[in-house]
Design a protein around this ligand. Sequence first.
Ligand code: PMP
Length: 393
Amino acid sequence: MFNALKPQAADKILALMGLFRADPRADKVDLGVGVYKDAEGRTPVMRAIKAAEKQLWEAETTKTYTALAGEPAFHAAMAELVLGKGYPAERLSALQTVGGTGACRMGFELARLANPGCTVWFSDPTWPNHLSILDFMKLPRKGYRYFDSAARVVDFEAMMEDLQGVTAGDVVLLHGCCHNPTGANLTLEQWAAVADLLEAKGALPMIDLAYQGFGDGLDADAAGTRLVASRLPEVMIAASCSKNFGIYRERTGCLMVLSDAAAKETTQGTLAYLNRQTYSFAPDHGARLVTMVLTDPALRAEWEAELEEVRTGMLGLRQQLADELRQLSNSDRFDFLAQHRGMFSRLGATPEQVETMRSENAIYMVGDSRLNIAGLNAKTVPILARAIIAAGV
Ligand code: PMP
């Protein structure tokens, strides 16, 4: 019966990784896949994670099952990280998931169980896997305009105009910070306007928070999420620990759901049920490390310090690239690179220009001209800047 299977479209970003690996040129630059890299091109295990792993290895006496929805200590630590101290625990349900992807998937599943007719609204563009999961689930979806590709900033007017079409019970997917793929983010005033609109419409915000700490800092990056959470009666948050804890392969994420206090027990039970029907218990190792790092003062301080090095390093690269391009282009038209936040910026190059940079300069970026700033270092920034100008971007 497997002869009946149809080939699935390959993930474009993973395919690009394969091309990069096969390229024999020594000076090749990988700006494709969304993984943090240091100046030497490594994705290190963070110091606090390494220390927590050592402690865990020494102290752990059992590998028996934990709780179906994940450990309450993990939920509490994540809720405090994302929503801040004093979050409304009496309204919060939470689920330990298989990465941020698992949190997104479970969020969509929960919304569908609660409102089978819901439409999911997504920023156009968004992380392509959002769309592929929604299509796989056959959930109706609609895009809202988000990015002004000429100015490379959020097209807020267009976004609000499109969101006028949202109806009660629809899910509106928002990127909490460090928008993937554009790098352009809402201001706090814009978050407030979105919250007002969604409240008036009776829509359910779902915030994908995959890069907390990569933009303006741990609290600043959660500010939009916190604002929405403080205003709306019901909110879903899909948080990933892959990037900010550097534990990509451990597959650690958390879906948090704010509801009416009266609905909490059933919501929490439904979340556990979703884990049970899908894979039973979520992986424990990464979540346990995250809990240790967040709750042990010494580990936490070490983690925050290293995360800050990562964040400021990326900001420095952004500034260097913008400065370099200012000089070479004799204009300020690339200044947006310094204003964007997170690992990604959408450069605004055509697919042909992206291809030219790959063939001529061995610079690999995604076809929509999303580049991973963390793939750069002080030496490759000028090379990229020259290639961008030479390609006529
Ligand atoms: N959301 C967004 C916007 C992302 O960019 C990513 C990672 N590429 C994720 C969610 C999921 O990350 P993971 O499943 O690796 O935790």
